[in-house]
Design a protein around this ligand. Structure first.
Ligand code: GRG
Length: 282
């Protein structure tokens, strides 16, 4: 069936990918409580933005739809890392949130100890999945390198550390941009760049720029939604620092920049990544 845009792509690929994720993890994890806690968050209704972006980039680089399932291990690994980060973010000593996606947070359902271990399990299993994938060694190595670089202490973990240790300091625009880049954008950038690597596409600065822009835009949109919901106005967010209107302008500028960047990409079907930008429309 013809794929017209990003949401069409998700409609066609997501059911199969979701089944893969659940079945694989359910089969692999033998410890009952650990399996339940890991699956509770993995199956809690996440949008799967990062793995779908990864697969959409691979498809846009020329991987045929019927061959995308060979890349599910890598797509799955990216979602496992994302899921671990949310479980740990919700912990009392981090963002201290009792709910996630309208359900009890992992630690509220299973307890803090099991939630820490569920996160640990998801993070470790991600790299097992990449190592065991049927893709060529150079692609698996690129996936390990980029994911560890962007999600670990040179990326997301560093951003989270800044976030929890700078809670009582008002960050300036540059510091806040670095925080958001590390905490949120780096994993999204990893999804896009690993997708290009796995599809033998020579990575260009245009695609990296697109990925960085949508990563930051993702955080701004989330912050704007939280501001609309009346979230704590002492937090380090762009709406709190520069106001909602200026944040909306910044978000629109990032989306425009992302569009201009991806349109410069060559030997690449731009349709899916251009239509992904609809996500940022109000
Ligand atoms: C614990 C090392 C560590 C890192 C946590 C991801 C993160 C870092 C914190 C989450 C804070 C947050 C809510 C940031 C806003 C952007 C974001 C990552 C939103 C959640 O991602 P979605 O919308 O979530 O893709 P779903 O529920 O769809 O999976």
């Amino acid at each position: 069936m013809e794929i017209k845009n990003f949401s069409d792509f998700c409609e066609q690929v997501l059911p199969d990918f979701n089944k893969f994720l659940d079945t694989k993890l359910r089969t692999e994890i033998k410890q009952d409580t650990l399996r339940d806690a890991m699956l509770y968050s993995l199956d809690a209704g996440g949008k799967r933005v990062r793995p779908m972006l990864f697969l959409a980039v691979a498809y846009s680089c020329g991987i045929k739809q019927e061959n995308l399932s060979k890349m599910y291990d890598i797509a799955g690994a990216i979602e496992l890392v994302h899921t671990y980060s949310l479980i740990h973010d919700d912990l009392p000593e981090m963002d201290d949130s009792d709910y996630r996606r309208g359900k009890l947070a992992n630690h509220k359902k299973f307890g803090v100890g099991p939630a820490v271990l569920a996160g640990d399990g998801l993070l470790t299993q991600a790299f097992y999945w990449i190592a065991k994938s049927s893709l060529d060694t150079d692609k698996r190595m690129a996936a390990v390198r980029i994911l560890a670089h962007n999600a670990g202490p040179m990326g997301m973990v560093a951003g989270q550390m800044t976030d929890i240790t700078m809670e009582n300091k008002v960050l300036n625009e540059e510091e806040l941009t670095t925080l958001h880049k590390e905490k949120t954008a780096d994993l999204i950038t990893a999804a896009v760049t690993i997708g290009a690597f796995c599809a033998n596409h020579e990575l260009s600065s245009h695609l990296v720029q697109y990925a960085n822009d949508i990563g930051l835009a993702f955080q701004l949109k989330d912050d704007l939604n939280d501001a609309d919901d009346g979230e704590d106005n002492s937090k380090n967010t762009f709406p709190n620092l520069i106001g909602k209107e200026a944040t909306k302008t910044k978000l629109n500028d990032l989306v425009k920049d992302a569009l201009n960047s991806v349109l410069k990409e060559t030997e690449f079907d731009k349709n899916l990544l251009v239509s992904f930008l609809d996500y940022f429309k109000e």
